[in-house]
Design a protein around this ligand. Sequence first.
Ligand SMILES: Nc1ncnc2c1ncn2[C@@H]1O[C@H](COP(=O)(O)OS(=O)(=O)O)[C@@H](OP(=O)(O)O)[C@H]1O
Length: 413
Amino acid sequence: QELAVNAKQRPANLYQDHKERRVTPSLAAQAKKDSIHFTWSYIPPVVFLKTHKTGGSTVQNVLFRMGEKDGATFAFPYYTYQFSYPDKFRADFVDELPEGSSNFDILCSHMRLDIEELRPMMLPNTIYVTILRDPVRTFESVFSCYTSTVPAFTLAKKAAEHRSALSMFLESPESFWDPKEPRNGLAKNPMSFDLGLDGQKWDSWPTDLTQLEETFQLVMIAEHFDESLVLLGALLKLELEELAYVHFNTRSAQDLTPLDDITKARIRAWNRMDVLLYDFFLHLFWEKAARYGMERLKKDVARLRASTDRIRQKCVSRKEVPPGELEDLLRPVQTDSATILGYHVQGNLTKQAQGFCMRFVLPERHYHAHLYFQQYGRAMRPVPTTSFSISFKSHMFPRIQFSNPSKVQHPIT
Ligand SMILES: Nc1ncnc2c1ncn2[C@@H]1O[C@H](COP(=O)(O)OS(=O)(=O)O)[C@@H](OP(=O)(O)O)[C@H]1O
């Protein structure tokens, strides 16, 4: 019932131009600086449900930059970078409201969704967005990046010896997969898992799908990333320049597993719920695109690509840089089984341009640490290592090791 109310509150045309309601970023930032009691609610608050290995860090970087510029209040996890994943979201996973803020404006860190717990945390006019990716590509990426941390994958790797671990797993996934093992959440239907669904429970499936449709104003599609960004920009009233991006968390070419038709079919069969989820929201995506106007979308995508190219040229001197050649601040966190690439920033920039360009390519956790410090005036809390589930989390998503600890405090100016 609550979901239905939320749907009714939305404007009939989500893509109508409501720029007039937007407070200028400088005004918002100034108001916060001046400690004027300021509610960011002129701009709709936003939840971005960051699913795994779908291009979510790229979207998150756009939101981090937007929020930092606009003086937004972020809903950050109480510990480190994610909301106690893979536990289902709970309100007490969120850090306190900082002094002077009356509500959270942006929430965009990894979690496993529980909408009933999440909704009361945010204002009623909050815009909910997520992203899905072709389930075959998603699963291949999840398998490659988490071979050492998802037990079902690790068992398959051990059994495979010198064969492909992915092929070994897909030949008989049930023999490696224990559904009761909480760390196996990403091993089957990873996108559905992140959206809070139970990949084994089909009886509630149509209702679950309807609930998700009612919850999310926009489900972005990684294969149509630029179109998705334009629709996101329309919802959040962003200028096209604010949507410029680089790809985050790109793996090195040698870590990509080439997939033959049999492997693809096996991935689709094993991740059937993700396939249906993706197909459903892909269809819905094009319906929303049609409502925005296909000609208008095409034009805006062309403009977005032009401004993104211009900004990339200004900011990036080299892309796909291996971790060993990156300074600490620009080195993405590596997984045990895949190499994640990063960027070199152009030299000879003005101080202001350098500040922008660093943020443009700043890996997720470093940006998160920076914003957290800015918001609370203290470093993020480390994960306690006593409980079983938490030690898994810290292993799966290790903390950044800065060679100079002072950088944690003030990573960028
Ligand atoms: N803009 C855009 N469009 C399409 N695909 C993109 C984009 N940005 C990032 N990527 C690819 O997404 C994968 C990383 O996803 P995430 O950032 O969600 O990873 S993570 O869960 O936060 O670790 C990773 O995929 P793989 O290289 O297959 O692993 C990225 O290359």
